[in-house]
Design a protein around this ligand. Structure first.
Ligand SMILES: *Cc1c(COP(=O)(O)O)cnc(C)c1O
Length: 231
């Protein structure tokens, strides 16, 4: 059962901070998503294409669906007709494919570029240097059917609040820097997606304006978590 009072608390806090709450409903059944929907939540996120498509089909059409997980290029076509925002663009190849599928659907799809900020090497995303290299050669400029609206990052899974804070503040600085330079002519570049159940408070303090909260609202998932990094 979803925890509606936690949902309401986080919704209120997000509003105060001018941030958007995306409820991450991965692995959770449509009945539970509907409870959260009935409480007023409209933005939901998933990390697997098949599950996302299935839930899109079964649930009300005014839901804004966010893709937050690793996205394979051969699966973009399934979500291109309806996806609201893709948080996890971690390669030029993926951006090119999203652009192609968006064009086929007569859409412009909003995307975030994922930046690797965590200590874990198994997490995805561009390094800052890699992204700058792409921006220097205007690698995304010809992709007229995607709109880069910001950045996404995931902090290290650690008990160290200091490490998490440093990772988020580093990403915020990078976001501000490229907003003022590479994206200067691009007022649509304004979303900084950072913060999950364990660290959304720190993320909001550090300037996040989009938080992705799953287990705090829906309860723990069955699947095993990544080991905590003892730093
Ligand atoms: C699962 C997931 C979340 C939500 O995680 P919780 O710890 O359950 O809040 C946020 N972002 C991404 C990319 C995820 O995969």
């Amino acid at each position: 059962m979803a925890n509606i009072s936690v949902l309401q608390d986080i919704t209120k806090l997000a509003k105060e901070k001018n941030a958007v709450l995306v409820a991450i409903s991965k692995t959770k059944p449509v009945e539970e998503i509907r409870e959260v929907y009935d409480a007023g939540q409209r933005a939901f996120g998933e990390n697997k294409v098949q599950e996302l498509v299935q839930k899109y089909e079964e649930l009300p059409k005014d839901i804004e669906w966010h893709m937050v997980g690793n996205l394979q290029t051969n699966k973009v076509k399934y979500i291109a007709p309806f996806i609201h925002l893709i948080h996890s663009v971690d390669s030029l190849k993926l951006a090119i494919e999203i652009n192609k599928q968006a064009a086929k659907n007569g859409r412009v799809i909003d995307v975030l570029l994922e930046i690797h900020i965590a200590a874990e090497t198994n997490k995805s995303g561009f390094s800052e240097e890699e992204l700058i290299d792409h921006l220097d050669i205007k690698a995304f400029d010809s992709l007229k059917n995607i709109r880069i609206v910001g950045l996404m990052g995931m902090a290290t899974n650690t008990k160290s609040q200091v490490l998490i804070k440093n990772e988020f503040s580093g990403l915020k600085s990078f976001f501000d820097e490229i907003s003022k330079t590479y994206f200067k002519q691009n007022p649509g570049f304004r979303i900084l997606s950072m913060g999950m159940s364990g660290d959304y408070l720190i993320a909001l303090e550090e300037g996040s304006n989009m938080i992705r909260v799953g287990s705090a609202i829906f309860g723990e998932r069955e699947i095993k978590k990544n080991p905590t990094i003892p730093i």
